[in-house]
Design a protein around this ligand. Structure first.
Ligand code: SF4
Length: 305
């Protein structure tokens, strides 16, 4: 079957089934192009919650589809590839964070959105890479101990940019964390006129080399608003699809060929096609867990206004 034939069927089923397709920026271009909304995980979940769709197909990884389900309990949320997980989210498990909560009842737990619903239920508030600094700053004023996890790199970055002292969970994104300063130096030698920009999931040594640090959405906006026309990109390669779409005359160089998230790339157009056709791979969350996780997400939304 050709891509166009698949697109035709997908568009037909979308109407018949009243479905909406979401694609994270790290998905392949042919999936981004058929999606109703492309964005970062929380923005997509929020957009889908506002639609009157009966079905949400989330092209991304498991915790993202869970976040959509947390915000849209009455919609059927489908994940094209059920095995698509997130290395970082899997570095925190429910048993360990539950134990931490029980042993540290007075500690504020701030949870990166890249975490399972089962873990979110033990947190006081969720954060994203866009709002982490302001939410951590808000809680630091309460004078209590703060645990931040699972991404240690975003935690180190927050500490570098404030006076806050955090306890950190030792999780990380295998894709971003592997980058080295030598990769940056090599890319700058190859592209001397390009600005290096990076995602805060990179380690601090690499972030210190960056002209700008931001979430996927912030990086896209940065290159779009900049008067520069060459950039070295320090995040997952999929983001370049949207950068190029918005800025066809600018040049983007990926910092390293290793910046491909294997889990994100598990989803192929055929998987989206079969998922919507058969309405399979539904995300189910225990209602108690969902309600507790929702409190943590709602608190973040309240503090981000
Ligand atoms: S890029 Fe890293 S943090 Fe993002 S989904 Fe992949 S493994 Fe998880």
């Amino acid at each position: 079957m050709t891509k166009e034939e698949m697109y035709k069927d997908i568009n037909k089923w979308k109407k018949e089934k009243n479905a909406v397709i979401l694609a994270h920026y790290y998905q392949d271009g042919d999936i981004q192009d058929i999606a109703d909304y492309v964005g970062d995980s929380l923005a997509l979940a929020q957009k889908a919650a506002k639609t009157d769709a009966d079905i949400i197909v989330f092209c991304g990884v498991h915790f993202m589809a869970e976040t959509a389900k947390i915000l849209s309990p009455n919609k059927k949320v489908l994940l094209p590839v059920m095995e698509a997980g997130c290395v970082m989210a899997n570095m925190m498990n429910e048993k360990d964070i539950k134990k931490y909560r029980e042993e540290n009842p007075d500690t504020i737990i701030l949870m990166y959105v890249n975490s399972t619903a089962a873990c979110k239920q033990y947190a006081d508030c969720c954060v994203t890479s866009s709002n982490a600094l302001s939410i951590i700053d808000h809680y630091s004023k309460l004078g209590k101990k703060i645990l931040y996890g699972p991404d240690k790199n975003l935690g180190y970055y927050a500490m570098k940019n404030s006076d806050v002292k955090l306890d950190l969970w030792h999780g990380f994104c295998g894709i971003h964390n592997n980058l080295k300063v030598s990769d940056v130096k090599k890319a700058k030698d190859l592209h001397p006129n390009a600005l290096f920009i990076a995602h805060p999931e990179c380690n601090l040594d690499v972030l210190n080399e960056a002209a700008y640090v931001g979430s996927t959405k912030q990086l896209i906006e940065y290159v779009t608003n900049s008067d520069k026309d060459e950039f070295i990109i320090g995040t997952e390669v999929g983001v370049i699809h949207e950068m190029k779409k918005r800025n066809p005359n600018k040049n983007f160089y990926i910092l390293s060929d290793s910046l491909r998230c294997f889990e994100m790339k598990l989803t192929k157009l055929e998987d989206l096609y079969n998922c919507l056709k058969d309405e399979k791979n539904e995300i189910i969350i225990d209602e108690n867990v969902r309600n507790n996780a929702l409190k943590c997400v709602d608190m973040m939304l309240k503090l981000s206004k």
